[in-house]
Design a protein around this ligand. Structure first.
Ligand SMILES: [Zn+2]
Ligand SMILES: [Zn+2]
Length: 221
């Protein structure tokens, strides 16, 4: 019994008050990006911190214009809402694949622009291209389908599972343990954001010695 409580305590410790303010703000961004509207009490529960801490964390997000204050809560600034209308192109900026929500990768840029990419493969390439222009990037946990911050996600490359998107495939996970388990079951390599970007860029330029270039981006022929 007490072991269980200890574990629970450890898990709790990694959250909330023991997280750095920047980590909590990142988590708030993920939550609001996914749910659009959130109450202060919900955030306090989700992050396991006091409402006062939530208010403190929110200040910079409000100043930044990422969220807007509402009665008892916050809402994602209109400019960051996912485009709902089907008339606007719903294809990847890089490869023109149709974008499937659960695989999609989103880049929040300066001047309120949002770019959508079909998967983490195109997402990482685009983010690398845009560099400093990217303020925030979101992807989805491959198993849970939750929205996560791309820079702190775990990446799996070279797995045997076919996601029917760009090659080499890049899958994203929120939790390292789950990504590790996935690799055990389906193969591939576990990488951080930086490692995955580097590996992908090397692959694309052929400097990893593979000599193969991404089929989706190789227009020479
Ligand atoms: Zn793409
Ligand atoms: Zn793709």
């Amino acid at each position: 019994m007490s072991i269980k409580v200890d574990i629970l305590h450890q898990v709790m410790k990694q959250r909330g008050e023991n997280m750095l303010p920047l980590e909590r703000q990142n988590r708030i961004k993920e939550l609001v990006f996914e749910r659009i509207n959130m109450k202060i009490s919900e955030l306090s529960k989700e992050l396991d911190v006091s409402e006062m801490t939530v208010h403190r964390d929110l200040k910079s997000l409000i100043d930044e214009g990422f969220v807007v204050k509402t009665f008892g809560g916050i809402t994602l600034a209109q400019k960051y809402h996912k485009r709902q209308d089907v008339s606007t192109t719903n294809n990847c900026i890089i490869c023109h694949h149709h974008i499937t929500e659960r695989l999609s990768y989103r880049l929040i840029l300066h001047h309120h622009h949002v770019e959508s990419l079909c998967c983490a493969h195109c997402g990482l390439i685009r983010q690398h291209q845009l560099g400093e222009e990217v303020m925030q990037a979101f992807c989805h946990d491959f198993l849970r389908h939750t929205t996560i911050s791309a820079t702190i996600a775990w990446y799996v490359m070279g797995t045997s599972v076919d996601i029917h998107c760009c090659q080499p495939q890049v899958l994203t996970f929120e939790r390292r343990e789950e990504a590790e388990k996935f690799v055990k079951g389906f193969g591939g390599q576990l990488l951080t954001f930086t490692e995955a970007t580097r590996r992908l860029m090397n692959h694309m330029t052929g400097s990893d010695g593979s000599g193969t270039r991404c089929q989706n981006h190789d227009t020479s022929g």
